[in-house]
Design a protein around this ligand. Structure first.
Ligand code: RM4
Ligand code: MN
Ligand code: MN
Length: 399
């Protein structure tokens, strides 16, 4: 990895101004565990309210200019109207996520289902999302399959892989120029024996087969415990195969917690790979196109301030990542100074970047602490007054 030496404050600020984070519409509504959905006062009830919340996050952070949508959770009759509503509030629609797990027919999978009629239905849903993306002005389809099997022998593994690639080839052929298909993987859940896209290697294999408009999406919560996620990120960046992130944090499984809330050092290590690739001419272009998206569900906390905290945590970790002294690090690595190299990373991780971020925000006309600004601004009370407390509306029940 090539990194310049110690960056100046001005350089770090310039890089931070380029950092854009996409928030997910589904993070603004009520959501819950398998056991219960706790209603939150003022949580968004409709797609229009989810867009309004994403716009509020953009107003308070200045770095979240787009919102991802999930279809059919966010389905509207007139996609042009949704696009206009977003744009009038200063944001745009980002990745379109086909939801291939919310229908009874998908019990045995969608694109890998043994029944060709169900596969067709799943594929048609994806093709519709390509059309929706064109209508809302998005260039990203973000695909996560809940497909897999729960028992050995339940289905033929090679057969499922063939169905997967057949389906994705048809989807890929329908992508207009400039649109990318981001292929997400996850090692378990909802299936417990095999997932059809269980890991980054399988996703990369499939993307290679499809072509340059297909790239891998790394959801930070989708790996077995102990996986070196930053190494996956580094390798995918090196191969031009990293398309995007779904940021969240986890303690045990796919917990979808506030990113950086459990392990801020892991987030720093991941973003250091991204920052390094962005400053390296051989990877800069591909790294600049990587979509930084949040994928979280806030079960016991407020929604908007949790999203703000997540964005702040990403900015903080990225600011620290920018401070790594690349020249000194390379020298220590060359000399085999193991601890010295490690300490150069720690030095950046331990830096207090709050003044830097406060300066960034003040230059954008923003408050220094977006979470505090949300709380002090009475937004939570206003939203609760306007929307009340609705208990039934969970992402998972909505579909
Ligand atoms: C999945 C995966 C997808 C997300 C759904 C809601 O675990 O992370 O990206 O769309 O959850
Ligand atoms: Mn995800
Ligand atoms: Mn997930």
């Amino acid at each position: 990895m090539r990194q310049t030496g110690r960056v100046t404050e001005e350089q770090a600020l310039a890089e931070l101004r380029r950092l854009e984070v996409e928030t997910p519409s589904w993070g603004y509504g009520n959501s819950g565990t398998r056991f219960h959905v706790y209603p939150w006062p003022g949580a968004a009830r409709t797609v229009w309210e989810r867009i309004a919340d994403a716009a509020l996050v953009q107003r308070l952070t200045g770095c979240c200019p787009s919102v991802a949508i999930h279809v059919p959770w966010d389905r509207v009759d007139d996609w042009g109207e949704l696009r206009r509503a977003a744009e009038e509030q200063g944001i745009r629609i980002g990745a379109v996520n086909p939801n291939l797990f919310g229908d009874d027919e998908y019990r045995l999978g969608s694109l890998c289902n043994p029944d060709p009629a169900v596969r067709r239905r799943g594929l048609d849903q994806c093709l519709e999302c390509v059309e929706i993306a064109e209508q809302v002005g998005s260039t990203l389809i973000s695909l996560w399959l809940a497909d897999g099997t729960s028992y050995a022998g339940q289905d033929d593994l090679r057969g499922r892989f063939a169905r997967l690639t057949d389906s994705l080839e048809e989807l890929y052929a329908a992508l207009p120029a400039g649109m990318r298909l981001l292929v997400e993987y996850k090692f378990f859940e909802p299936a417990f024996y095999s997932m059809d896209l269980p890991d980054w290697g399988t996703a990369a294999l499939v993307c290679r087969r499809l072509g340059p408009q297909a790239q891998v999406l790394v959801d930070t919560g989708h790996h077995p415990q102990g996986t070196n996620v930053e190494q996956i990120v580094a390798l995918l960046l090196a191969e031009g195969l990293l398309g995007g992130f779904h940021f969240n944090d986890r303690k045990y499984a796919d917990d979808d917690l506030i990113v950086g809330s459990v392990d801020p050092f892991a987030l720093f290590r991941i973003l250091r790979e991204l920052a390094g690739a962005r400053s390296d001419p051989t990877t800069a272009e591909a790294a600049a196109a990587v979509a930084l998206m949040i994928d979280q569900s806030h079960n016991v906390e407020g929604k908007v301030d949790a999203m703000l905290q997540s964005v702040v945590n990403i900015q903080t970790a990225y600011a620290k990542a920018l401070l790594v002294d690349g020249d000194r690090l390379a020298a220590a690595q060359r000399e085999g100074d193991v601890l010295g190299a490690h300490r150069i990373l720690l030095e950046a991780f331990e830096a207090d970047v709050r003044p830097l971020l406060a300066r960034l925000r003040s230059e954008l006309g923003l408050e220094a602490d977006p979470v505090e600004a949300f709380r002090a601004g009475g937004h939570a009370e206003r939203l609760a007054r306007e929307r009340g407390t609705t208990g039934v509306e969970s992402a998972y029940e909505r579909s």
